[in-house]
Design a binder for this molecule. Structure first.
Ligand code: NDP
Ligand code: GDR
Length: 348
């Protein structure tokens, strides 16, 4: 599709770090669904391609393909971020890139601090420099993990008490984002998002591990599911709903920080109960405990208060806990059935 000069001048350019991740893929979809956006994604080099979550955007619709561009860079490499910022000159930057696994952050604390904490600072610096010649808006993916040990419900007035190297690094990035707003007048927002999931969730996070496990056990592809602490409680929403809140934050007149959550909390027991009941099984017959999946310091209970997001952004979640887990189990059943079929198919 050829665009006129005016249409090109009116285009908004968004830069997304973490575009190959769960949230990055939904956010890219949301922005490309709006004709005024051109989307630029930061990807890091790996020995084999890791773009399953965004492949469909390139495959199906040439109109989308023309407005989606990927660039090699890394949050660990400040010069690559400055070059990227200069080349793209984005109107909006969404910083979603991270070593995002809490348990892994105990095994790799320095790497996590570097990518999550300093990586954000590197990107903020590049954005600050661009902001001197053109206004740029910045979204930081902050996390409910920053509340950590603070008892629920957690909202904007709750004091932070991080409980992992990941959470400490996110808190550093959170305060840097606020400081760039206060010190340099950068339009910088921090979204404190509670857990959000989807069929695109990484397989080692608890919801996906459970929905995949239930589906594979049902289809006879797996016998047992080995888990950690089942008493923890989380406020789980749908990632597709949560990226809408990110976008809304950058469309406001003034920058601000918002909690994004459903306000409902469930234990891992309840998650297992629901997922296995959806495939007519009782989880107690299949789940084992292994301390490998516990954390040296745990976040016991999260339940967010998203009043501000509701009142100022007009945001509310569309998918509830049951709807979310049903969506994920159905998706994973389909995957398991395909895998089973591939195993038994005798070939042409
Ligand atoms: P994912 O783990 O699915 O995606 C993380 C993304 O970051 C991937 O695209 C990954 O690339 C990229 N990445 C990792 N390391 C680097 C690096 N050194 N340089 C550049 N990119 C890198 O996370 P989610 O989509 O679930 O989360 C998005 C963001 O929101 C993260 O910052 C996360 O910490 C935060 N968050 C998530 C919540 C949730 O419940 N999902 C809740 C609150 C905050 P690659 O594909 O190459 O690995
Ligand atoms: P979390 O998500 O740590 O909240 O961080 P995760 O799904 O990993 O854990 C949630 C809770 O489940 C318990 N748990 C297990 N977790 C995993 N991964 N595997 C298990 O086998 C298991 N058994 C029990 C955990 O102990 C924990 O209490 C996610 C990430 O997306 C972060 O990037 C994000 O910032 C926060 O959500 C909000």
């Amino acid at each position: 599709m050829t665009r006129t000069r005016k249409e090109i001048d009116d285009m908004k350019r968004a830069l997304i770090t973490g575009i190959t991740g769960q949230d990055g893929s939904y956010l890219a979809e949301l922005l490309l669904g709006r004709p005024e956006y051109e989307v630029h994604g930061l990807v890091r080099r790996s020995s084999s391609l890791n773009r399953q979550r965004i492949d469909h955007l390139f495959r199906h619709d040439p109109g989308l393909r023309d407005r989606l561009h990927l660039h090699y860079a890394d949050l660990g490499d400040a010069s690559s971020l400055s070059m990227l910022m200069d080349r793209v000159r984005p109107d909006e930057v969404y910083n979603l890139g991270a070593q995002s696994h809490v348990r892994v952050s105990f095994d790799q604390p320095l790497y996590t601090a570097d990518v999550v904490g300093l990586g954000t600072l590197r990107l903020l610096e590049a954005a600050r420099q661009l902001n001197e010649s053109k206004p740029v808006r910045f979204y930081q993916a902050s996390s409910s993990e920053m509340y950590g040990a603070a008892p629920p419900p957690q909202g904007p007035a709750t004091p932070f008490h991080p409980r992992s190297p990941y959470a400490c690094a996110k808190l550093y990035a959170h305060w840097q984002t606020i400081n760039y707003r206060e010190a340099y007048g950068l339009f910088a927002c921090s979204g404190i998002l509670f857990n959000h999931e989807s069929p695109r969730r990484g397989e080692s996070f608890v919801t996906r591990k459970v929905t995949l496990g239930a589906a594979r056990i049902k289809e006879g592809l797996q016998k047992r599911l080995v888990m950690g602490n089942l008493d923890a409680r989380r406020d789980w929403g749908f990632a597709g709903d949560y990226v809408r809140a990110m976008w809304l934050m950058l469309q406001q007149e003034k920058p601000g920080d918002y909690v994004v959550a459903t306000g409902e909390s469930h234990s891992i027991h309840e998650l297992l109960e629901l997922a296995f009941s959806l495939v007519d099984l009782d989880y107690r017959d299949f789940v084992d405990f292994d301390p490998r999946y516990t954390r040296p310091s745990e976040v016991d209970a999260l339940q967010g208060d998203a009043t501000l997001a509701r009142e100022v952004l007009g945001w509310k979640p569309e998918v509830d806990f049951r709807g979310l887990i049903t969506m994920m189990v159905e998706h994973d059943l389909e995957l398991a059935r395909r895998e089973k079929h591939a195993q038994t198919y005798p070939g042409p």
